[in-house]
Design a protein around this ligand. Structure first.
Ligand SMILES: [Zn+2]
Length: 327
């Protein structure tokens, strides 16, 4: 599968040192039905109040597969890193000024079962919003989407696929119409060659809020193609399309400080403006060796010397707040 999401995590050490730190910290427990979740430190509300930034894209998973079963064919041995719970996520995010995170359903591990991310957002409603997945071939995906809004699901992930030429087929149109009505976002994990069919959908559904993940993965092969950036920038004519500046570990040279991505970011700023771009880490995949959380946020926070303080506030907080934290 040609998918940054499937990258393996070679730095188990990070995980182990996180666990040791965690034991030394105060922890508050939130019992929210099955599977109590821990919030490290002094509570969710304080974390949100004291840490201004929003990470618009991170995954979580737990080894508690009795309560949160894995997708068919997946076992505990497949989890890499072995776990990345809300608690582990909050620790690394908070250390970098991030108090809120958009949790992205992890298809390979959990398939269409969104229960772990929804469970986390129920337990910590100030800190988390959810991008879930519904099967566009199922009956009435629109009804499922509406129901999930109460659980702070403010987006739905769709994925381009080499194998399934019909990835925008089935009841996908119903999903886009529902999203236009509810304000939930259609979030595309797509490769550059699928910008064109996505563009056609945007044309057909101009009122649907759409979020493009990880620069449409331009630069995944190492080469950042100007023609692909042109194509991504053309999506800006659809007023409700936003783009995530994220997954730096997977794009271009794939190493900090990621300055080779700056020209592409400049192009996107010119096309979309700061109010339609948002930073995201794509953890835990952004936590591998030199590629770490601090390096990711530093690119946007410290290294774009051509943007203003207010621009930075949009990229690191306000856009994600508007797009995902509207309920
Ligand atoms: Zn991801």
């Amino acid at each position: 599968m040609n998918d940054t999401e499937r990258a393996r995590h070679p730095m188990q050490q990070n995980h182990e040192s996180t666990c040791i730190d965690r034991r030394q910290m105060l922890a508050t427990t939130v019992a929210a039905g099955a599977g109590a979740l821990l919030w490290p430190g002094h509570g969710e509300a304080n974390t949100v109040a004291e840490h201004p930034w929003i990470d618009a894209h991170s995954h979580i998973w737990t080894r508690d597969i009795e309560k949160f079963p894995l997708a068919k064919g997946q076992t505990l041995d497949d989890l890499s890193p072995p776990s990345f719970t809300t608690e582990e996520l909050v620790e690394v995010a908070r250390a970098n000024g991030v108090g809120r995170v958009v949790l992205i359903q992890h298809g390979p591990y959990h398939g269409w079962d969104n229960s772990y991310v929804i469970h986390a957002a129920r337990a910590f409603p100030k800190a988390f919003r959810v991008v879930a997945m519904v099967d566009h071939y199922s009956q009435s995906p629109g009804q499922q989407m509406r129901r999930m809004l109460d659980d702070r699901v403010t987006g739905f992930r769709i994925r381009s696929s080499e194998r399934d030429r019909d990835w925008l087929g089935g009841n996908m149109g119903e999903m886009w119409r529902t999203a236009a009505d509810t304000g939930q976002n259609i979030c595309g994990l797509i490769n550059p060659e699928f910008i064109a069919p996505l563009d056609a959908m945007c044309q057909k559904h101009p009122e649907t809020p759409v979020v493009i993940d990880h620069f449409a993965r331009i630069g995944m092969s190492g080469a950042i193609e100007g023609s692909q950036i042109d194509e991504l920038c053309r999506l800006a004519r659809h007023k409700r399309v936003t783009v995530k500046l994220s997954a730096f570990y997977a794009l271009g040279r794939k190493e900090p400080p990621y300055l080779d991505l700056v020209p592409m970011i400049r192009r996107l700023l010119d096309a979309f403006g700061v109010e339609r771009l948002m930073w995201a880490s794509d953890s835990p995949y952004q936590l591998q060796g030199k590629n770490n959380y601090a390096a990711s946020i530093a690119l946007i926070r410290d290294r774009l010397d051509f943007i203003s303080e207010s621009d930075r506030d949009w990229l690191l907080r306000k856009t994600a707040e508007r797009v995902f934290f509207f309920v």
